[in-house]
Design a protein around this ligand. Structure first.
Ligand code: TNX
Length: 475
């Protein structure tokens, strides 16, 4: 009897049958049979099958029977997979479920062998995100596409782009041309910076949607706005001219709270984001406005929420906005217990507002793994793989009921990374851990870390840099 090799699935599925049956080599005819079964109802899953699974397949092969069907009784984004020699069956709740099934198959079949196996999965949380800060350090379209691929391979469905901060403005706004003319050509590394044109933004959104990933753009207001004030001093509190800023302190900047110039600017920005964003949500920041009183801040956020609603877009804000009167269906992104969290539970009970869990000490990919790790910050915690893996989004949020938590987002702030290798070194292997939390995968660190070891082998083969945590027995 042969002992089946481990499947190394991340996120681990909800159910997985014991695998005692025979296996066979993966061939091009399996891949084509699967893709054609998906073509009619899940074209993006079909394209992903042709693109990804083919890499592991031997040419040719005997005819395979593949059934791939929609089963609307499954939970949203859910799927089942049953593989046996010569015969595959896949079912999915919807197109996204079919796409996640193909991502799962990409892991099962990565080494070119089709095992006998049955499994099923469905995500606990509908919002499964990663945030990338391209304001502090600029990563351009090619790098962002690679991040989308990585996120989608771990079945995340949201990429939140932090597009503006004190150090740089990273999205073309046609009605405000000085933003990209005067406030994009620098970053915290003393480099050239950069920005996305609206055409880049449209292309990126299409690329991401082809992978069932929605892009959520963030322009951070009213703080984190030094770069905007360099371009348009009239929106600042004192109207004074400013030089570009490349330090990493936070909390010192704010727009003028009441002037027509400043609110005209905000209206132009929100209008552009609403018009050019394919997803339902736009993130408008609201964190660390440390120069404002609480009352000034709440008044500001209430007016900002109304601007978003007037432009027909739903808004996400950082957790500080809890306690302001916000439009229905607003989402709040929880990031720390180190500031006042008093209003959070009450808002969850009394308003039509729900939460995304990004607790810094678990979900911040910019924190160091260990005290002597060369990249990363330490203000929230040292976060090694087990810390990123072993937590529960509901119990992390103070007093928030389970039904008010819509998701999990892993955040990569870019004060310290300087290259795509630095980016992936901070993200891997913690992103797979956070994806497991977002899917609500059965908790079993031994199985998870054994799977990570195989993924490490694949990252090596693909030339992707990652951190060899001592909490994993890498192979
Ligand atoms: C806090 S998290 C910030 C960011 C920094 C980050 C660094 C949040 C809403 N604001 O401005 O980049 O810490 O970890």
């Amino acid at each position: 009897m042969t002992i089946p090799a481990p499947l190394s699935l991340i996120p681990a599925p909800q159910t997985l049958s014991p695998r005692t049956g025979p296996s066979e080599p993966l061939t091009a005819s399996h891949v084509e049979a699967l893709a054609s079964a998906l073509d009619a109802w899940a074209p993006r899953a079909a394209a992903a099958a042709r693109r990804t699974l083919s890499r592991s397949a031997a040419p040719g092969g005997a005819e395979a029977t593949v059934r791939a069907t929609l089963d609307e009784t499954l939970a949203a984004e859910g799927f089942t997979i049953a593989l046996a020699p010569g015969s595959w069956t896949l079912t999915a709740a919807d197109e996204a479920g079919a796409f996640w099934a193909v991502q799962t198959l990409a892991q099962i079949l990565r080494d070119g062998v089709v095992p006998t196996v049955e499994l099923s999965d469905a995500p606990t949380y509908p919002w499964r995100g990663m945030m990338l800060d391209i304001a502090r350090f600029y990563f351009g379209p090619e790098d962002i596409r690679r991040v989308v691929d990585l996120a989608a391979s771990y079945r995340l469905n949201t990429l939140h782009l932090h597009l503006s901060d004190d150090q740089g403005w990273r999205l073309e706004i046609p009605s405000r041309p000085l933003l990209t003319k005067l406030s994009s050509a620098q970053d915290v590394a003393g480099g050239q910076g950069g920005y996305l044109t609206l055409e880049d933004y449209a292309d990126l959104q299409r690329y991401a949607l082809d992978r069932h990933v929605v892009i959520v753009p963030e322009v951070d207001l009213p703080g984190h706005t030094h770069a905007a004030q360099v371009a348009y001093p009239e929106i600042s509190p004192d109207g004074a001219e400013r030089e570009p800023y490349t330090g990493t302190e936070v909390g010192f900047s704010s727009l003028h709270l009441t002037s027509d110039e400043a609110w005209g600017f905000v209206d132009d920005i929100v209008a552009t984001l609403a018009e050019h964003t394919l997803g339902e949500y736009v993130h408008l920041g609201g964190d660390e406005s440390l120069t404002l009183t609480r009352e000034q801040y709440v008044t500001y956020m209430e007016r900002l929420g109304a601007v978003a609603a007037a432009h027909g877009t739903k808004a996400v804000f950082w957790q500080e906005a809890a306690g302001a009167a916000l439009p229905p269906e607003t989402l709040l992104q929880y990031w720390t217990s180190q500031i006042e969290t008093d209003h959070i539970a009450q808002v969850a009970r009394e308003q039509d507002v729900r939460f995304i869990a990004s607790p810094g000490h678990r979900a911040y990919l910019d924190q160091k793994y260990t005290a002597d790790f060369p990249l990363g910050l330490t203000w929230a915690a040292l976060i090694d793989v087990e810390d990123a893996y072993g937590w529960d989004p509901v119990t992390e949020l103070p007093g928030v009921p389970a039904e008010s938590v819509v998701g999990v987002e892993a955040c990569l702030w870019t004060e310290t990374p300087r290259s795509f290798d630095d980016l992936t070194t901070l993200v891997l292997p913690r992103l797979p851990a956070l994806a497991s939390v977002a899917w609500g995968s059965p908790k079993d660190y031994a199985t998870f870390s054994a799977a990570l070891a195989q993924h490490g082998r694949w990252w090596d083969a693909d030339g992707i840099a990652f951190y060899r945590s001592t909490q994993v027995d890498w192979v």
